[in-house]
Design a protein around this ligand. Structure first.
Ligand SMILES: *[C@@H]1O[C@H](CO)[C@@H](O)[C@H](O)[C@H]1NC(C)=O
Ligand SMILES: *[C@@H]1O[C@H](CO)[C@@H](O)[C@H](O)[C@H]1NC(C)=O
Ligand SMILES: *[C@@H]1O[C@H](CO)[C@@H](O)[C@H](O)[C@H]1NC(C)=O
Length: 256
């Protein structure tokens, strides 16, 4: 869950379209991405294929592509298949590029909608999640990672404490936020603190709500500093093993 995708913040914008035809229509780049760090910029977002852990796989691949963009609402698909290893292989995601690198105290809402589905084949270990990072400085190294899991498929969060059965033990249970009930887990991934909000049951394939209350919960209850900078805001399918087709029919996120 240590995301190397920050490296991609430096990817230049795609070159502007030829001006031979003066159409006032945005040309959508729907080309499939399958390279380890393949990416494409669309409006305020980037689609990042992000196979950061593929070295842990015996074999596998992942392909992602944009399917539509309407206003600030984007759609994309990712298919992946991974065998071997027990670590995360990939995190295909949509990254928000507008409004980040502000201190948490400088904004107060992150409205989002995310309608998605994932068809899993065979023994799948995966999650579907928002993944945010904060830092002491704008664009600085990761201090906190905040994950909001909308699905847990035979996986589990990073945790400092496990029970005798090997299951992660939450630090807080039954937190009501944005219409769902969550357990909060805490631990280190070796690089940064990780807070993970997991649904107490079920999955949320049609999430609509504000992401900021998850941050304010940590500020109010877990000592996270509101002077931290939000450096990364991504959402996608985090794959460890198995085969799946992930489809997002509508996703949007903004910072206000
Ligand atoms: C994903 O879809 C592409 C076509 O877009 C196909 O070539 C590829 O084999 C698929 N990969 C997986 C892992 O399903
Ligand atoms: C985000 O998507 C939802 C659901 O598709 C939609 O109702 C909402 O208006 C969108 N928000 C923005 C800011 O486009
Ligand atoms: C959390 O909610 C569940 C379901 O209502 C309940 O069984 C459980 O006791 C609650 N846990 C705590 C610590 O209150």
């Amino acid at each position: 869950m240590f995301s190397l995708s920050l490296l991609l913040l430096c990817v230049p914008l795609v070159s502007s379209m030829p001006r031979m035809h003066n159409h006032h229509v945005r040309t959508l780049d729907t080309a499939p991405l399958s390279g380890q760090y393949g990416s494409v910029n669309v409006g305020q977002y980037s689609l990042l294929n992000n196979l950061w852990g593929e070295h842990d796989a015996a074999s596998g691949s992942q392909t992602s592509q944009i399917t539509s963009m309407e206003g600030s609402t984007i759609a994309w698909t990712t298919n992946w298949t991974w065998t071997g290893g027990s670590q995360v292989k990939s995190f295909a995601n949509i990254q928000l590029n507008t409004g980040i690198n502000q201190q948490l105290s400088a904004f107060s809402s992150m409205p989002s909608a995310w309608q998605w589905s994932q068809s899993n084949t065979g023994a799948v270990v995966a999650d579907v999640a928002y993944d945010l990072f904060t830092s002491d400085t704008a664009g600085g190294s990761n201090v906190n990672e905040i994950m909001i899991w909308l699905a847990n498929v035979n996986s589990g969060p990073i945790s400092a404490v496990y029970n005798a059965q090997g299951q992660a033990v939450p630090i807080v249970t039954n937190i009501s936020l944005e219409g769902y009930t969550w357990n909060l887990y805490s631990g280190s991934n070796g690089y940064n603190q990780v807070y993970s909000f997991l649904l107490t049951s079920g999955i949320a394939e049609s999430f609509q709500g504000d992401i900021y209350p998850f941050l304010s919960y940590l500020i109010d209850n877990e000592g996270m500093s509101s002077s931290q900078y939000l450096t990364t805001a991504q959402a996608g399918t985090e794959a460890t093993s198995g085969t799946a087709i992930f489809t997002t029919s509508a996703y949007n996120l903004s910072i206000n």
